[in-house]
Design a protein around this ligand. Structure first.
Ligand SMILES: C[S@@+](CC[C@H](N)C(=O)[O-])C[C@H]1O[C@@H](n2cnc3c(N)ncnc32)[C@H](O)[C@@H]1O
Length: 309
């Protein structure tokens, strides 16, 4: 049984309340200045992974500020149906914003495992959990390749927000999600599909440049079209009752300029897109906001599936 919901949010003021791809969207992180740029460069043939492992201090600080829980993100996690007493895995937890919110929700009888491939993020998650008073119910696990370091049938829920476009083999990772869930447990994945990213500045030249920028930015993603692939991946991993929802929030105020700027920075690191095009594209963003012709939208795919008995 497949349920496909399109929910177009017609708010024209996305800044505070709309469901923009928030901290979870990778593109929201702007490129650091060249002098501070990570050792992870295009010379890596797995830049899509290395740029998460090798995160220089300035960029880490920015991530830690950005990957916070926001009430406006509630619709993104609602289908996971989190409640007191559950054991929940937050796969790709980053510096812990969502994991700490989950720890609050599962209460004293519940347990959250924050899993990531970046040891520094896990350290920050533990420190923040202590500040929030939820450290007794928030444990962290460093990933070992594709393997989640948890026993079979550990969790009632597994949430994975804006991570699967980076993993080396999404099918293998979905198999791991299935393995660590208890029978009847629910996996809930939230992700973008970079082929569904829309931007319009009001100038044809910028539309052409956007296509070039997105072509160059592909280096940052292992599976840029992960959103549309999630249903099939869930089914192939053996999940039942798979539901797909899409939340799409139009941005006409420029809230997604940072996402677009970051795409330009990835394209720059690809070495494959002319600098003049990148500069003109970036300055066109501000011009579009000033002219009140800016439009951007990055739908978020929300997919849930139940581990069968
Ligand atoms: C865009 S951030 C999302 C963080 C968090 N889920 C959120 O929405 O705030 C992507 C996260 O995925 C992690 N990540 C990247 N590749 C991964 C992999 N192969 N397995 C697990 N986590 C990974 C990164 O270290 C980072 O914490």
């Amino acid at each position: 049984m497949v349920t496909l919901h399109w929910r177009i949010v017609t708010s024209a003021a996305p800044e505070r309340n709309a469901v923009l791809p928030d901290a979870g969207a990778p593109g929201i992180v702007e490129s650091p200045p060249a002098a501070q740029r990570s050792e992870a460069t295009m010379s890596d043939d797995n830049f899509y992974q290395s740029h998460w492992i090798d995160v220089e201090p300035e960029r880490r600080e920015r991530y830690e500020a950005m990957f916070q829980w926001r009430d406006a993100s509630e619709p993104l996690i609602a289908p996971a149906d989190i409640s007191a007493g559950q054991t929940v895995v937050d796969y790709g937890c980053g510096p812990g914003g969502l994991a700490i919110e989950l720890a609050r929700r599962v209460g004293a009888d519940g347990q959250v495992y924050g899993v990531d491939l970046n040891a520094g993020f896990l350290e920050t998650t533990r420190a923040r959990a202590a500040e929030a008073g939820v450290e007794a119910r928030l444990d962290t696990r460093l990933l070992d390749g594709d393997i989640i370091p948890l026993d079979d049938a550990t969790a009632d829920r597994l949430i994975c927000k804006n991570v699967l476009e980076y993993v080396p083999d999404p099918a293998r990772t979905l198999d791991e999600f299935h393995r660590v869930l208890k029978p009847g447990g629910v996996a809930h994945v939230i992700d973008s599909d970079w082929g569904a990213f829309m931007y319009e500045s009001g100038h044809q030249q910028d539309a052409d440049d956007f296509a070039e920028v997105m072509r160059g930015a592909q280096i940052a993603f292992r599976t840029p079209h992960i959103g549309r692939r999630l249903y099939g991946l869930f089914r192939q991993a053996g999940f039942g009752s798979v539901q797909v929802r899409v939340l799409a929030t139009p941005d006409v105020k420029g809230g997604m300029r940072s996402v677009l700027t970051n795409m330009a920075s990835y394209a720059r690191q690809s070495g494959d897109v002319p600098e003049a095009l990148l500069s003109s594209f970036s300055s066109g963003l501000d011009a579009a906001v000033e002219a009140d012709t800016f439009f951007a939208m990055l739908p978020q795919f929300l997919v849930t599936g139940v581990r069968q008995g």
